[in-house]
Design a protein around this ligand. Structure first.
Ligand code: PEP
Ligand code: CO
Length: 452
C-alpha cells in the first residue's frame, strides 16, 4: 500500500552532520570560505525536481518487484574538463545502446540512470599520496582538488563545490535535450552506434539487432501503432552523496509535499566507506525522499544490511532502497547467498543491483589500476546464479563506463592486454569499460536476463 507523505521531516543541519565526524571529507584550509560557498549553494535553484525523483522511485519499485531491470553507469569520476557536448553525448549513446540491447534481447523494461551530472567526489583509501620524497593530499575528485600532483592543485578548494553545481547543471541540460529532443527516438538506434563500434564484431551484432528493431517499428507503424514512448526516454542522474558541504545545502524542503529532497541528483548512493549506521551520510540520506542506494562490499553481514534498511527505509517503501553489491568475482557465490537470503527473510524488500567493478580492481606490473573484462562478467554471472538459486530478482547492473575508446580495462572482444593500457588511459580514478566492452557486456547480460 502506498503511504501518504509522512509528517514534517527536518533536514539535519550541517553542524549536526559534522558533529558525526563524517568519513572521507576534505580538510578545507579556510573554513570561512567554505561557509560562504555553502551559503551560495543554498541559494542555487534545484538541479532536479522532487516529482522526477518520485517518478524514479516508482520505476525502481518495479525493479524491486522483479518486473524491471536497472542500468546505472558512467564515469568513476566525472571531471570539469569532461563537460563537453561530445563527451556527454558519447556517454548517453553507450548507455542508450546498452539499454536497447537489454530491453529488446530480454524483453524487460530498463530503468536508465547515469553516474552523471554530479559524480565529482571520490572516497580514497588514503588521505595522502606520496611520490618520491613528496607527500600531498590525495586527489578526492574535482569537487575537492585537482588531479595534477603539485601542492597548489592538490590543495582542497571549496569554490570547486560551486563548479560542481555549474558543471552538473550544464551536463543535465544537455542530457535532458538529448533524451527529449528526438535523439533518443528508438528509430535512431543505428546513430547511437558510431563507426568504430560498427566495424567491430560486437558492433555488427548491434547493427543486426538494430535492423530487427527497425522491422518491428515498421510493422507497428503499418498497423497504425505509434506510441509516444518510442520518441523519448526517461533518463535520470545519480552520484555518490559524499561531500556533506555540498549535499546538505542542496537538500531542500519541497513546497508541494513539505518533504526534504536532495536536489543535486535524482538518485544518491552511500559508498562502501561511508555507510556507518550512525554516520553523517546515513543520517542525511535517511531524511530525504529521493530513491537511494547503498554499496555493500564483501565484509557486509546480513545484520549490517538489515540495520541499514531499518534506518534508511523504515516504512519499507517500494523503490526507496537499492542495495548495490560489489563483492568481487571470487567471492560473489559465497558472500551473496546468506546476505540476500537473510535480508529477504527479514521482510526487507529492496532492489538488488550488481556492481561488478569495485571488487575486481588490481594493479598491473606496469603500474595501471585495471579490471579484467572476464572477472566483471564472472561477478555478474555469479550474481544471476545466486538470485536464481534463491528465487530473488537480479535487479540491475551498476558499471563504470565511458563512450570513448579508452584502454583502461583488460580483455573483451578487442582483447586489450596490460600493455595496451598505456595507449589511452584517461580515467582520473577507476578504469572504465570502453564503448565496445560496454556493448559486449550488455549482450552477455541480456542473455543472462533472458534465462532469469
Ligand atoms: C564508486 O562507485 O566509484 C566507489 C567508490 O564505489 P565503492 O563505494 O563501492 O567502493
Ligand atoms: Co569507481
Amino acid at each position: 500500500m502506498r503511504r501518504a507523505y509522512p509528517g514534517p521531516v527536518s533536514i539535519p543541519s550541517l553542524a549536526d552532520l559534522h558533529a558525526r565526524a563524517p568519513a572521507q571529507q576534505p580538510t578545507w584550509p579556510d573554513e570561512a570560505e567554505r561557509d560562504r560557498v555553502v551559503a551560495k549553494l543554498r541559494r542555487q535553484p534545484p538541479l532536479v525536481f522532487a516529482g522526477e525523483c518520485d517518478r524514479l522511485r516508482d520505476q525502481l519499485a518495479e525493479v524491486a518487484a522483479g518486473r524491471s531491470f536497472l542500468l546505472q553507469g558512467g564515469d568513476c569520476a566525472e571531471t570539469f574538463d569532461g563537460v563537453s557536448a561530445d563527451n556527454v553525448r558519447n556517454k548517453l549513446q553507450v548507455l542508450l545502446s546498452m539499454a536497447v540491447v537489454l530491453t529488446y534481447a530480454a524483453s524487460v523494461p530498463v530503468v536508465k540512470v547515469g553516474r552523471i551530472a554530479g559524480q565529482y567526489a571520490k572516497p580514497r583509501s588514503s588521505g595522502s599520496e606520496t611520490r618520491g620524497a613528496v607527500t600531498l593530499p590525495a586527489y578526492r575528485g574535482d569537487a575537492v582538488n585537482g588531479v595534477a600532483f603539485d601542492e597548489h592543485t592538490r590543495r582542497p578548494d571549496p569554490q570547486r563545490l560551486l563548479d560542481v553545481y555549474n558543471a552538473s547543471a550544464a551536463t543535465l541540460n544537455l542530457a535532458r535535450a538529448f533524451v527529449t529532443g528526438g535523439y533518443a527516438d528508438l528509430r535512431q538506434v543505428h546513430t547511437w552506434n558510431t563507426d568504430f563500434v560498427r566495424t567491430s564484431p560486437v558492433g555488427a551484432r548491434y547493427e543486426a539487432l538494430g535492423a530487427e528493431i527497425d522491422r518491428a517499428l515498421a510493422f507497428m507503424d503499418a498497423c497504425g501503432v505509434n506510441p509516444d514512448q518510442l520518441n523519448t526516454v526517461d533518463f535520470f542522474a545519480s552520484h555518490e552523496a559524499l561531500i556533506c558541504d555540498y549535499e546538505q545545502p542542496m537538500t531542500r524542503i519541497d513546497s508541494r509535499t513539505d518533504q526534504p529532497y536532495d536536489v543535486s541528483g535524482h538518485f544518491l548512493w552511500i559508498g562502501e566507506r561511508t555507510r556507518q549506521l550512525d554516520g553523517a551520510h546515513v543520517e542525511l540520506l535517511s531524511r530525504v525522499r529521493n530513491p537511494i542506494g547503498v554499496k555493500l562490499g564483501p565484509t557486509t553481514t546480513p545484520d549490517d544490511a538489515i540495520a541499514l534498511a531499518e534506518r534508511l527505509d523504515p516504512e519499507g517503501e517500494p523503490g526507496r532502497l537499492t542495495f548495490i553489491t560489489r563483492v568481487g568475482a571470487q567471492r560473489v557465490r559465497d558472500v551473496l547467498p546468506p546476505l540476500i537470503d537473510k535480508v529477504t527473510a527479514a521482510g526487507v524488500q529492496v532492489a538488488w543491483v550488481c556492481d561488478p567493478m569495485h571488487g575486481n580492481t588490481f594493479e598491473t606490473s606496469n603500474g595501471y589500476k585495471t579490471r579484467e573484462f572476464d572477472s566483471i562478467i564472472d561477478e555478474v554471472q555469479g550474481f544471476f546464479e545466486v538470485h536464481r538459486g534463491l528465487g530473488t530478482w537480479p535487479g540491475g547492473l551498476h558499471v563504470e563506463l565511458t563512450g570513448d575508446d579508452v584502454t583502461e580495462c583488460i580483455g573483451g572482444g578487442g582483447q586489450l592486454s596490460a600493455l595496451d593500457l598505456v595507449s589511452r588511459y584517461d580515467s582520473v580514478c577507476d578504469p572504465r569499460l570502453n564503448r565496445a566492452q560496454s556493448l559486449e557486456l550488455a549482450f552477455l547480460v541480456a542473455e543472462m536476463l533472458r534465462a532469469a
